[in-house]
Design a protein around this ligand. Structure first.
Ligand code: C2E
Ligand code: CA
Ligand code: CA
Length: 725
C-alpha cells in the first residue's frame, strides 16, 4: 500500500485528531492554530494534568507534548497515553535539547522530536510524516485484521465443505487437504501431507487414479471428473466411492494468493481437487443394477444377464473353436405345489431348489432364473455331450431328495433340455429356444429327465402358437387318433393288453406324436379335453374287442400328472368309463412314480377308490423316478412297467442288465405284474424271458397302430412271430 493509498484510507476514516499539550497557553494556541490551518482536528491542553483528563475522555491519533511542565510533565503524559491509547502516536516539543531528554522521550515511544522554538514548516512536515506513518500502520493493522478474518472465513468454507478439498504437488503428493477427510475416511490431514495420493486409493483403482492425474487437456474450465474408490484409514476392506473433480492449478491464479497461509504448505500445489462421497448413490445404483440383472427371490442372474453372458460365451467359444451347453430347466410339479401350499411356500421352494442346483455347478457356469419355475444354465467350454449329461444327471439327482417346507415334505423333479453350441444353433436365441424345445420334449415323455436338442424336435416358437391354435381346432374337428400298442405275453404269444397312445392327424403336417404336442396341451390346459377324447375312443374300440371275443383284453391308458392331481379325477374317469359301458376291470391306468410322490396322501386315496372299482394301476417308466419304494407296499399297485432305457441296456452281456434283473426280482417278490417296454430285439426278449418277465411291449411285436390293424391282429388267435407292422 502506497502512502497515498493509506492517506485515502485514513481520511476516509476520519481527519487526524491531534492533542496539543503545553503549559504555555500562547504557545499552545499558536501551535493549535497552525495545525487547524492544515485541516487537523485539534484539542488543546494547558498542562499535563489537563492532558491526562482529555486522554481519558477523548480519542486521539497524535499528541504533541511539551516535556517540561509543572506537576505532571511530558513523560508522565506520554506514559498515560501509552497506557490508555497505545495506538496514539506522540511527538515531543521541547526547549530541552539535551541528548538524555530526547533519547528518554524517544524511548518512551515518542515518534519524533521538535525543538522549540520551532519552524512552522518543519513542524508541519514532521506532523504530516508521523500522521502518515500512523495511518499506514493503522491501515496495515486493519488489513491484517481483514486478512485474518478472510482466512478464517476461507478456512471455514474449506473445512465445512461437504467434499474433501485437496491440493497435490507436481508428483501427486498431498500438500493440502481439508478436515473433511477425517470424518469421511478417518485420516488426519497432517498425516497425509507429503504422502502420495495413491496411498488412499483403493488398490483396484490405483491405475485409474494415476492415469487421471496425468490426463491431457484438463483445466479449471475443463476439469477431469472420475469415480474412484478410496480406502478408509487402517482398513483395507472398507472403501467408499468418490467422485473426484481435479485440475492443474493455473500458476498465475495461484501465486497471487500464495501469501495465504495454507496448513499443508500448499505452496507447491500443482493440482486442485474435490472429492465428493457418492457411496450412497453408488450403493443405490448397485442395488438398482442388481435388481435390473437379478431375480430378487433367488438372487440369481435374470434373463437379461443370462443372455448377456451367453452372448459373450458364444463369442468366446467361436474364437476358440469350443463348445458350450445351454440348458433349459423346468421344475416338474412346481405349479401344483405353489397352488396348493401357497405362494410363500412356492417362493421358499424356489430358493431351496436354487441352492441345491448351485451346489452342482462350477464357478464359470451361469444359472439364471428365467421366470416362474424355469431356469437356464450356461456351461461354457464343455468338451462334449458327456460333460453336459453328467451335469444334467447331477442336477436331476440333487433335486430327488424331498424338500422340507415347514411341516410339508414335497418332491419336485426337473425336466432339462440341452442345446449344444454350435450343433444346436450358433446364436443366442436359437440355443435358448432349442434348449426349451428339448425341455418340452422331456416333459412330453414323462418328465424328470434330460434330453439333447435334435432337429426332429424343432418346432419353432411361431409354430408353437400356430400349433396351439391348431390343437384347439383339432379337438373340435376330431383330428386326434388313438393308436394301440400290443402288450404281448411271451409264453403264449397272445396280445394281453393294448396301450392307447394318442396321435394327431394334422391336416398339413401329417401324423404327429405325443412328443410334438402333449406338453403344449398340458400348458394350455387342453389336456383334459384331449384325455377325454382319447379315453372315449379307447373305451369304444377296446370295449368292442372285449365284447367280440377277447374278454380278458386289457386297455392301458396314460394319464398326465395334471389330470391325476385334479380333485375330481376319480369321478371324471369313472364317468367316462361308465358312459362308454367299459368294464372297469379291464382298465389299467399308467401313472409315473413322480405323480405318486408329489402328494402321497391324496394319491393313495384316489388310487384306492379306483382299485375298489376294479381299475388296475401300473407304474409307467418304472425305475427312472424315486428311489423310495415304500409306496409299492402301501398302494394298490398291480403292474410295473420297466422303462425302455433299462431294456436298451440289454445288449447281450449279462452284467449290462442288472437293473432289469433287480426290478424283475423285486416285482416278483412283491407279487406285481411286470411289463418290459421298448423291446426291439429277440436278444432282449430272450433275456427278459430267462428273468421270468413274460409281458413285453415294443417294436419287436410292433409299434402302436390304428384300431383297424389291431382288429386284424386280434383276429389271429396266437401270434407265432413278430406282429407285422
Ligand atoms: P410311454 O407311456 O412310455 O409310451 C411308450 C412310448 O414308447 C410311445 O411313444 C411308444 O410309441 C414308444 N415305443 C413303444 N415301443 C417302442 C420301442 O420298441 N422302441 C422305442 N424306441 N420306442 C417305443 P409315444 O407314442 O410317442 O408316446 C410318448 C409318451 O407320450 C408316452 O410314453 C406317454 O407318456 C405319453 N402319451 C401317449 N399317449 C398319451 C395319452 O393319450 N395321454 C397322456 N396323458 N399321455 C400320453
Ligand atoms: Ca405308458
Ligand atoms: Ca413308459
Amino acid at each position: 500500500m502506497t502512502p497515498e493509498q493509506s492517506d485515502r484510507f485514513f481520511s476516509q476514516d476520519t481527519t487526524a485528531r491531534v492533542l496539543v499539550v503545553d503549559d504555555e497557553p500562547r504557545l499552545a494556541s499558536a501551535l493549535a492554530a497552525l495545525l487547524r490551518g492544515c485541516g487537523y482536528d485539534v484539542t488543546e491542553a494547558d498542562g499535563g494534568k489537563h492532558a491526562c483528563q482529555l486522554i481519558d475522555t477523548l480519542h486521539f491519533d497524535l499528541a504533541l507534548v511539551d516535556l517540561r511542565m509543572p506537576e505532571v510533565d511530558g513523560f508522565a503524559v506520554m506514559a498515560h497515553l501509552t497506557n490508555r491509547q497505545p495506538e496514539c502516536g506522540s511527538i515531543v516539543i521541547s526547549g530541552e535539547s539535551s541528548f538524555t531528554a530526547v533519547s528518554r522521550a524517544l524511548r518512551r515511544g515518542a515518534l519524533d522530536y521538535i525543538r522549540k522554538p520551532f519552524d512552522p514548516d518543519a513542524l508541519l512536515a514532521t506532523v504530516k510524516s508521523v500522521v502518515g506513518k500512523q495511518s499506514l500502520l493503522k491501515a496495515h493493522e486493519h488489513i491484517q485484521g481483514r486478512l485474518e478474518k478472510s482466512e478464517a472465513l476461507h478456512r471455514y468454507i474449506v473445512n465445512s465443505s461437504p467434499d474433501i478439498v485437496f491440493m497435490l504437488d507436481a508428483s501427486g503428493h498431498f500438500c493440502f487437504v481439508n478436515n473433511k477427510i477425517e470424518s469421511l475416511l478417518a485420516y488426519k490431514p497432517d498425516e497425509l501431507y507429503g504422502q502420495h495420493f495413491r496411498h488412499i486409493l483403493d488398490d483396484r483403482d490405483v491405475a485409474k487414479g494415476i492415469y487421471a492425474l496425468n490426463a491431457p487437456d484438463v483445466s479449471a474450465d475443463n476439469p477431469r471428473t472420475l469415480e474412484i474408490r478410496l480406502k478408509t484409514r487402517g482398513s483395507r476392506r472398507a472403501t467408499r466411492h468418490f467422485e473426484i473433480t481435479a485440475f492443474p492449478i493455473d500458476s498465475q491464479t495461484w501465486t497471487h494468493n500464495n501469501n495465504l497461509r495454507v496448513d499443508g504448505g500448499g505452496q507447491n500445489a500443482c493440482y486442485y481437487g474435490t472429492a465428493r462421497d457418492v457411496t450412497e448413490r453408488k450403493e443405490a445404483e448397485a442395488f438398482i443394477n442388481f435388481q435390473a440383472y437379478h431375480d430378487l427371490l433367488t438372487r440369481l442372474p435374470n434373463r437379461a444377464l443370462f443372455k448377456d453372458r451367453l452372448e459373450l460365451a458364444i463369442a468366446h467359444a467361436s474364437r476358440g473353436n469350443q463348445r458350450l451347453a445351454v440348458m433349459f430347466l423346468d421344475l416338474d410339479r412346481f405349479k401344483i405345489i405353489n397352488d396348493t401350499l401357497g405362494h410363500a411356500m412356492g417362493d421358499r421352494l424356489l430358493q431351496a431348489v436354487t441352492h441345491r442346483l448351485e451346489r452342482c455347478l462350477r464357478k464359470a457356469d451361469t444359472l439364471s432364473r428365467f421366470g416362474g419355475d424355469e431356469f437356464t444354465l450356461l456351461l461354457p467350454a464343455i468338451h462334449g455331450h458327456e460333460d453336459a449329461s453328467q451335469i444334467a444327471e447331477k442336477l436331476i439327482t440333487t433335486l430327488k431328495a424331498p424338500f422340507r417346507l415347514g411341516e410339508h415334505e414335497v418332491f419336485v423333479g426337473v425336466s432339462i433340455g440341452i442345446a449344444i453350441y454350435p450343433d444346436a444353433g450358433d446364436n443366442m436365441d436359437q440355443l435358448i429356444q432349442n434348449a426349451d424345445i428339448a425341455m418340452y420334449n422331456v416333459k412330453a415323455r414323462g418328465k424328470d429327465s434330460y434330453r439333447f436338442f435334435s432337429e426332429s424336435m424343432s418346432i419353432d416358437s411361431t409354430n408353437r402358437l400356430n400349433l396351439e391354435r391348431d390343437l384347439r381346432l383339432a379337438l373340435e374337428r376330431g383330428e386326434l387318433r388313438v393308436f394301440y400298442q400290443p402288450q404281448v405275453c411271451t409264453k403264449t404269444n397272445r396280445i394281453v393288453g393294448l396301450e392307447a397312445l394318442v396321435r394327431w392327424q394334422h391336416p398339413e403336417r401329417g401324423l404327429l406324436y405325443p412328443g410334438d404336442f402333449l406338453a403344449l396341451a398340458e400348458e394350455t390346459q387342453l389336456i383334459s379335453q384331449l384325455s377325454e377324447q382319447v379315453l372315449d375312443q379307447a373305451c369304444r374300440d377296446v370295449g368292442q374287442w372285449i365284447r367280440s371275443g377277447h374278454p380278458e383284453l386289457r386297455l392301458a391308458v396314460n394319464l398326465s400328472p395334471l389330470e391325476v392331481e385334479h380333485p375330481r379325477f376319480v369321478e371324471t374317469l369313472i364317468d367316462r368309463v361308465n358312459a362308454n359301458q367299459f368294464p372297469a376291470g379291464n382298465l389299467e391306468i399308467e401313472i409315473t412314480e413322480n405323480v405318486i410322490m408329489n402328494d402321497l396322501e391324496q394319491i393313495s386315496q384316489k388310487l384306492r377308490e379306483l382299485a375298489d372299482l376294479g381299475v388296475r394301476i401300473a407304474i409307467d417308466d418304472f425305475g427312472t423316478g424315486y428311489s423310495s419304494l415304500n409306496y409299492l407296499h402301501t398302494l394298490p399297485i398291480h403292474t410295473l412297467k420297466v422303462d425302455q432305457s433299462f431294456v436298451k441296456a440289454i445288449r447281450g452281456g449279462a452284467d449290462d442288465a442288472c437293473i432289469v434283473n433287480a426290478i424283475i426280482a423285486m416285482a416278483h417278490g412283491l407279487k406285481l405284474e411286470i411289463i418290459a417296454e421298448g423291446v426291439e430285439t429277440d436278444k432282449q426278449l430272450e433275456y427278459l424271458r430267462t428273468l421270468g418277465c413274460h409281458q413285453v411291449q415294443g417294436f419287436f411285436y410292433g409299434p402302436a397302430q390304428p384300431a383297424i390293424h389291431i382288429s386284424k391282429l386280434l383276429a389271429q388267435t396266437t401270434l407265432s412271430t413278430a406282429i407285422p407292422g
